[in-house]
Design a protein around this ligand. Structure first.
Ligand code: ADP
Length: 546
């Protein structure tokens, strides 16, 4: 017997139509690339997105065509999210921090028909243009008054395109499984691979992240996505905003501590999200300016790489802000788990509660997780056993664009995340490492992330990275590389002693070196492969390793 409910497709345009009709006056506030603060509402954005869709149609963009963007978090980028996907085309958000050759590669691989870009990226686009033979036209995301003089062939102006349309465009009824957007992984190994989201996966993911135990968003929320719209759809916030009716505050290119604090304060932001590096910058700024208060700010969602426990504590005790840990990946739209506590944790002693909060978190409904050993045998959910983390769910990729990388699911349909983790009896998952970064000492695994978390709690350490370096007896041993806070020093002997009692004795790094800086990927992760290469021949001092 079949259910007798309507078969209504889940589409991205419906999110904006909902916001237009039910939260029409909720604002989208943007720090524009041109300078001034711009304000409009979901009602305005809905009309302008329809105008954009009309303009794209006039330019010859058809169902399934890819439209590229090189842009910050702004109201215009938001309109592209809806105008492009809503009309049936595929929004390809490009990470401008990739190497220019990689950018040219992915634009070619995606076969982008048009490229929309913020003025910041004009020099980059001009440099790449000779290699972008398939791109039919370039659109500067600005108004006539700010149009640059450029030799770019057929350069168009965003506001002119919109002005020529009346906004009467009607969103087509699309197949909910049709592609809506495309995002390439940063490709630390090999070429970047394209993850293709669908309307259905995007709407379901959005529902899940709005839930109280996930991001907990509603019409009373004021959201500032620090995480860029060019990195996994700003973790879904550009869709969750209209779905919940929340006010959106778009920081544009202003991601430094000073400009972030200003936007957070003046717009009364209650919820923000970004990678740990951004918050380190903001904490340093707030340390230097103790007069800054952010009374409205309740929650910071922190993910992309491990949130150090020290960060959690500082936000809580010094600023009264909940730092909420989350984990996910481009292939997962991206949210997999969020670290909200359960009622029983309220009664736990502080240290124990903080340790629980430092875990990446519990799955949101829709995401199934398991850990397995190297023979694909399931491991217990006891918070101790760690193994390869596998996931399954309706917003998780089943294949990369154009079949790159071949078959990516196992025979039961699970996707191997490449992360190593524990899962406890309440379902809290904790990442212990990337499988390729785990340190294998004497046949046992050492978690580099655990060691880094300890190191950043030591006075003077701004950032820490632990890698395995070859060792005659043990195969590999941990080497700690630490970056010093400005105007401070690090006593490396005391730093190594600091590990005593915090981790197993044989986990303690054999050596600590102070380095000027650490290399990062385009998405802010430590480039450990590069460091392993650099320190391959490094000889650790003789220590009794175990
Ligand atoms: P990329 O473009 O580099 O693939 P992703 O954002 O997709 O960027 O990276 C996903 C990976 O980032 C995860 O598999 C995991 O290793 C790491 N990651 C994400 N969030 C966390 C977290 N909270 N703690 C530790 N690692 C994280």
């Amino acid at each position: 017997m079949q259910g007798l409910m309507m078969d209504q497709p889940l589409t991205i345009s419906a999110l904006l139509t909902f916001a237009e009709q039910n939260h029409g006056e909720s604002e989208i506030v943007t720090r524009t690339v041109e300078g001034p603060i711009h304000r409009h509402t979901y009602r305005d954005a809905a009309r302008r997105s329809r105008q954009l869709a009309g303009a794209l149609q006039r330019l010859g963009v058809r169902d399934g065509d890819r439209v590229g963007t090189l842009a910050w978090n702004t109201h215009r980028h938001f309109e592209l999210y809806y105008g492009v996907s809503g009309m049936g085309a595929v929004l390809h958000t490009i990470n401008p921090r990739l190497f220019p050759d990689q950018i040219a590669y992915i634009i070619g691989h995606a076969e982008d028909s048009f490229l929309f870009f913020d003025l910041t990226f004009l020099p980059l686009v001009e440099q790449l243009a000779p290699k972008l033979r398939g791109v039919r036209g370039f659109v500067a995301m600005t108004d006539r008054a700010h149009m640059p003089t450029s030799a770019l062939h057929g350069l168009l102006c965003y506001e002119d395109l919109l002005a020529a349309e009346d906004g009467a465009f009607a969103w087509p009824k699309l197949d909910e499984n049709a592609a809506s957007s495309l995002c390439y992984t940063s490709g630390t190994t090999g070429n970047p691979k394209g993850v293709v989201y669908s309307h259905r996966s995007t709407v379901l993911h959005s529902w899940a992240v709005c839930m109280p135990d996930a991001m907990g968003l509603s019409s009373t929320s004021v959201i500032l996505p620090v995480v860029p719209m060019f990195h996994v759809n700003a973790w879904g916030l550009a869709y969750a905003g209209p779905m919940s009716g929340a006010k959106l505050v778009m920081p544009g290119a202003g991601l430094d501590g000073e400009r972030l604090c200003e936007m957070l304060r003046t717009e009364g932001v209650t919820f923000s999200a970004g990678v740990p590096t951004v918050w380190l910058g903001m904490l340093a700024y707030m340390d230097a300016h103790p007069e800054i208060k952010l009374p409205a700010l309740k929650t910071l969602l922190i993910g992309g790489s491990a949130m150090p426990r020290a960060m959690l504590e500082v936000f809580e005790t010094k600023h009264g802000i909940d730092a909420l840990h989350a984990w996910g990946m481009t292939e997962m739209s991206p949210i997999g788990v969020v670290g909200r506590l359960l009622p029983k944790h309220a009664g736990w002693p502080r240290e124990r509660r903080l340790a629980q909060q430092a875990k990446q978190g519990r799955a949101v409904f829709g995401v199934e997780m398991k850990i397995v050993d190297d023979d694909n045998r399931s491991l217990p959910r006891d918070g101790k056993a760690f193994g390869n983390l596998k996931v399954r769910g309706p917003w998780i990729a089943r294949s990369y664009f154009r079949g790159e990388g071949g078959e990516i699911l196992d025979k039961d349909g699970w996707f191997d995340t490449g992360d190593v983790a524990t899962i406890d009896a309440d379902g809290y998952m904790q990442i212990t490492d990337r499988s390729k970064d785990v340190i294998k000492s004497g046949g046992e695994w050492i978690s580099s992330i655990d060691l880094e978390n300890v190191a950043v709690g030591f006075p003077g350490v701004a950032e820490a990275c632990v890698i395995g370096v070859p060792h005659e007896k043990w195969g590999e041993r941990p080497l700690l590389l630490a970056v010093c806070k400005p105007d401070q020093t690090i006593d490396t002997t005391a730093l190594l002693a600091f590990f005593d009692g915090k981790v197993a004795k044989w986990w303690r790094p054999d050596e600590a070196l102070v380095v000027k800086e650490l290399p990062h990927t385009a998405t802010g992760k430590l480039l450990k492969a590069k460091l392993r290469e650099q320190f391959r021949a490094h000889r650790l001092p003789n220590t009794a390793a175990r």
